[in-house]
Design a protein around this ligand. Structure first.
Ligand SMILES: Cc1cc2nc3c(=O)[nH]c(=O)nc-3n(C[C@H](O)[C@H](O)[C@H](O)COP(=O)(O)O)c2cc1C
Length: 222
């Protein structure tokens, strides 16, 4: 069984629509799924107050993400709105607090993948996903991109190789069927790589890092 944590921030529901599709896809694929929202920050900038309120109600029962949700997972997907070409500060705040598990290597070799929603085309979806990839490198995780092979990624309005990206045009809950197809594909790819890593990292002296001798040599506890 592969464990997947889907961790997100959303204000007007677009990212949450992708999260729901990712969770549904992962469950149908037989994974154990945790959906987690990151903690809110004081005084968030809200463009659509009604949508924000509706989403708060719809996600009230979703637990806040904690470090255990990262350590538990074989696969981690992170979803965020684009804010000035960057991940939302709520997501960055969550990353800021991952040191206690990231620095001792507890996130190494996990399959990680990111997706984003922005209001306009070419307005930072790709930059936001790549910014999260920077942080994944610090975790020592294995980045899963979408690549370019799947036909659904070639549809207008899909964010293609880096990870799923949507164009909301400031409309709440406005993801398209193509966006849902892209996140479905991204979820399955992330699970596929997580499963392969999990099996492949079983101790096999001589060819993996996970041998007693090499763990000692590099001072690793993983
Ligand atoms: C402070 C702030 C900054 C934003 N900056 C960008 C931006 O740089 N590019 C963009 O396309 N959209 C930007 N947006 C719009 C959101 O990314 C967009 O509405 C997104 O679809 C919201 O996702 P959600 O519905 O999951 O909350 C910004 C929104 C806010 C509140």
């Amino acid at each position: 069984m592969t464990n997947i944590s889907i961790i997100f921030h959303s204000r007007s529901g677009n990212i949450y629509q992708l999260v729901e599709k990712a969770a549904q896809t992962a469950r149908a694929a037989g994974a154990e799924v945790r959906v987690r929202k990151v903690a809110e920050l004081p005084d968030p900038m809200i463009l659509d107050k009604q949508a924000y309120q509706d989403l708060a109600t719809a996600t009230a029962d979703i637990p806040e993400a904690g470090l255990d949700d990262l350590v538990w997972a074989d696969a981690i997907m992170i979803g965020t709105p684009v804010h000035y070409g960057l991940p939302a500060p709520q997501i960055l705040n969550f990353f800021d607090h991952t040191g206690p598990v990231a620095i001792p290597g507890k996130l190494m070799n996990k399959a990680v993948s990111a997706f984003a929603s922005g209001s306009m085309p070419h307005a930072g979806q790709q930059a936001t996903i790549l910014a999260l990839h920077n942080a994944f490198c610090h975790w020592g995780s294995v980045i899963v991109s979408n690549g370019s092979a799947a036909a659904v990624l070639h549809q207008p309005g899909n964010g293609a190789p880096y990870g799923t990206g949507t164009i909301s045009r400031h409309e709440a809950n406005s993801v398209t069927d193509d966006n849902l197809g892209a996140i479905e594909y991204q979820t399955l790819r992330t699970l596929q790589v997580a499963g392969a890593l999990k099996r492949g990292l079983e101790p096999e002296p001589g060819i993996t890092l996970v041998s007693e001798e090499r763990l000692r040599k590099f001072g690793l506890d993983i």
